[in-house]
Design a protein around this ligand. Structure first.
Ligand code: NDP
Ligand code: GDR
Length: 375
């Protein structure tokens, strides 16, 4: 390590944001430590391209086994690494799953950040270590104001959002009580080709690519009227870093300021595959039918095929119907504006998923047994 190298610790480094943030910080010359969970098989596919063999003399990326539910483990890692900056991105991040596992979600998403903040305090690092908490637009839940900004009241609508609300306030409290440099980034939905396969955008781009090549028949969706403000994860991790470089800690909304329905996301994704869709029916029996096909990206389809249907299984007990962020504060105070548009992002995601689907289709054609996981 050279004297000028800053040290960062990322929880959730194996996730979408963690992987982009690690790349970003390495490019800036940081030494990056990451916490990964033990799993029964390798779970580092998103960071394998930046992984450094721990036997190399001075690796810039170092992974530690750990878990946000394990206080002693967190204290030890923070003590060993003495980070200048901690990015707490680790979470049970799936809203629908939080209804299935509410207690675990609270343990990781609410108490996890508390454990991190306490570890910083116990180790006497309050003046050295800056802390970023991955807060979320889900805090706004049942929306009280449109668009949502830093002053909009919270009304969480899921165990995930309620846990994240505790995390938000404990971060504010430790800042005020102990003078810590601790910030909340209230990030609206952000996606990429590295997005988990069960979040709606990736489910759509991957599902449509599979259908186009005959690997799946139909995509089953929940509430496609939901409105979201979708940005690109790469733009959003840049902002996470910026938030920790200011003179004073503060909380910021990060969003594009534009919203679309899930239905529109499906239409635009299909278009990237040369498919024009026609939606028919209402609410629970709505269907998307192939109206026309251009180009050669969808050889398994014919006009008239039903490729999207509604399955109420994907409805949530309480839904967040509309989210639209107002990123004015981030723009004015940090000079941040998103650079990647929705259509550019969809193009990246569809193209990635189409290439992956092509590889699977080729393996199948050559007699290999390959299964496509669907949820
Ligand atoms: P992902 O689901 O892609 O990644 C979550 C990460 O947390 C993974 O590395 C996961 O590990 C890790 N993790 C899960 N449980 C634990 C645990 N018990 N202990 C330690 N690590 C754990 O999420 P994103 O990258 O999309 O999001 C990053 C953060 O930002 C999350 O906190 C999320 O709630 C929040 N957020 C995300 C938004 C988005 O639109 N993406 C918007 C607003 C907030 P593993 O790989 O082993 O599963
Ligand atoms: P969200 O993301 O709940 O906003 O949380 P998700 O992509 O899961 O859902 C967005 C909207 O799409 C609707 N939807 C479906 N969602 C999924 N996953 N699967 C479906 O089949 C489906 N059909 C319709 C949902 O009901 C919802 O309205 C994400 C996560 O990254 C959180 O961690 C983060 O905090 C918020 O974004 C901001």
């Amino acid at each position: 390590m050279t004297k000028t190298q800053k040290v960062a610790l990322i929880t959730g480094i194996t996730g979408q944001d963690g992987s982009y943030l690690a790349e970003f910080l390495l490019e800036k010359g940081y030494i990056v430590h990451g916490i990964k969970r033990r799993a029964s098989s390798f779970n580092t596919s998103r960071i394998d391209h930046i992984y450094e063999d721990p036997h190399t003399p001075h690796p810039d990326l170092i992974l530690h086994y750990g878990d946000l539910t394990d206080t002693s483990n967190l204290v030890r890692i923070i003590q060993q690494t003495q980070p200048d900056e901690i990015y707490n991105l680790g979470a049970q991040s799936h809203v629908a799953v939080s209804f299935e596992s509410p207690e675990y979600t609270a343990d990781v998403d609410a108490l996890g950040p508390l454990r991190m903040l306490e570890a910083i305090r116990i180790l006497g690092l309050e003046q050295k270590t800056r802390f970023y908490q991955a807060s979320t637009s889900e805090l706004y839940g049942q929306v009280q104001e449109i668009p949502q900004k830093e002053t909009t009241p919270f009304y969480p609508r899921s165990p995930y959002a309620v846990a994240k609300m505790y995390a938000y306030w404990i971060t504010v409290n430790y800042r005020e009580a102990y003078g810590m440099y601790a910030c909340n980034g209230i990030l609206f939905n952000h996606e990429s080709k590295r997005r988990g396969e069960t979040f709606v955008t990736r489910k759509v781009t991957r599902g449509l690519a599979n259908i186009a090549l005959g690997l799946e028949k139909c995509l089953f969706m929940g509430n496609i009227d939901a409105l979201r403000d979708w940005g690109h994860a790469k733009d959003y991790v840049r902002m996470q870093w910026l938030m920790l470089q200011q003179d004073q800690p503060d909380d910021f909304v990060i969003a594009t300021g534009v919203q679309f329905t899930v239905r529109e996301f499906i239409i635009r994704s299909a278009k990237q595959l040369g498919i024009t869709l026609r939606f028919e029916g209402t609410a629970e029996n709505e269907k998307a039918i192939v109206a026309s096909i251009e180009g050669d990206k969808a050889p398994a389809l014919t006009v008239g095929d039903v490729i999207v249907q509604i399955d109420p299984r994907y409805y949530r007990p309480t839904e967040v119907e509309t989210l639209l962020g107002d990123p004015t504060k981030a723009k004015e105070k940090l000079g941040w504006v998103p650079e990647i548009t929705l259509d550019q992002m969809i193009e990246e995601m569809v193209s990635n998923d189409h290439s992956e689907a092509k590889q699977v289709a080729l393996l199948k054609q050559n007699g290999y047994v390959v299964s496509v996981s669907v949820e």
